[in-house]
Design a protein around this ligand. Structure first.
Ligand code: ZN
Length: 155
């Protein structure tokens, strides 16, 4: 440390950054979100090389880096198994739901990877291995939260 820094008071500034943005989700993401919105279907896709089934779908395989072409689509779920979760007990402005709720990694039926979503009810019964089902909103806009949350199917 430079000698002159030893006597400098370390100050901080408080501020707030508002960064609105519009982001293209691309052709694969668009097809996924349109199916959520218009058909209440959760689409994934399968890598033609290693057969990994992704949800949300991907344009390229994250394991073997092959392109995933357009005839590899698969309807998944709407049920699955919770493989991990964390319960949020405090409200924070950037959270997508009012506490308490859980972020869960759900292995949808037919998928090989986890799908991150919310569980709002039955948190006291939430365990790894419990089966859940997607609960779609009545009014959907083409957003991941067109699925309101996943609900527990067993006690
Ligand atoms: Zn692959």
């Amino acid at each position: 440390m430079a000698a002159w820094l030893q006597d400098v008071e370390d100050l901080t500034l408080k501020g707030q950054i508002n960064v609105p943005y519009t982001w293209s989700v691309g052709e694969v993401g668009s097809r996924f979100l349109v199916a959520l919105r218009d058909e209440e279907k959760i689409l994934g896709n399968r890598c033609p090389s290693c057969n990994t089934v992704y949800v949300p779908p991907r344009k390229n395989c994250g394991s073997c880096f092959k392109d995933i072409d357009d005839n590899q689509w698969a309807e998944l779920g709407p049920e699955g198994v919770v493989t991990a979760f964390t319960i949020v007990r405090y409200d924070y402005p950037l959270q997508p739901a009012k506490a308490p709720f859980a972020y869960a990694i759900i292995k949808l039926d037919g998928a090989d990877v986890g799908f991150v979503h919310l569980i709002r009810q039955g948190l006291e019964k939430l365990r790894n291995g419990v089966r859940v089902k997607a609960l779609f909103k009545e009014e959907r806009t083409g957003h991941i939260l067109d699925i309101d949350s996943f609900v527990l199917l067993e006690a």
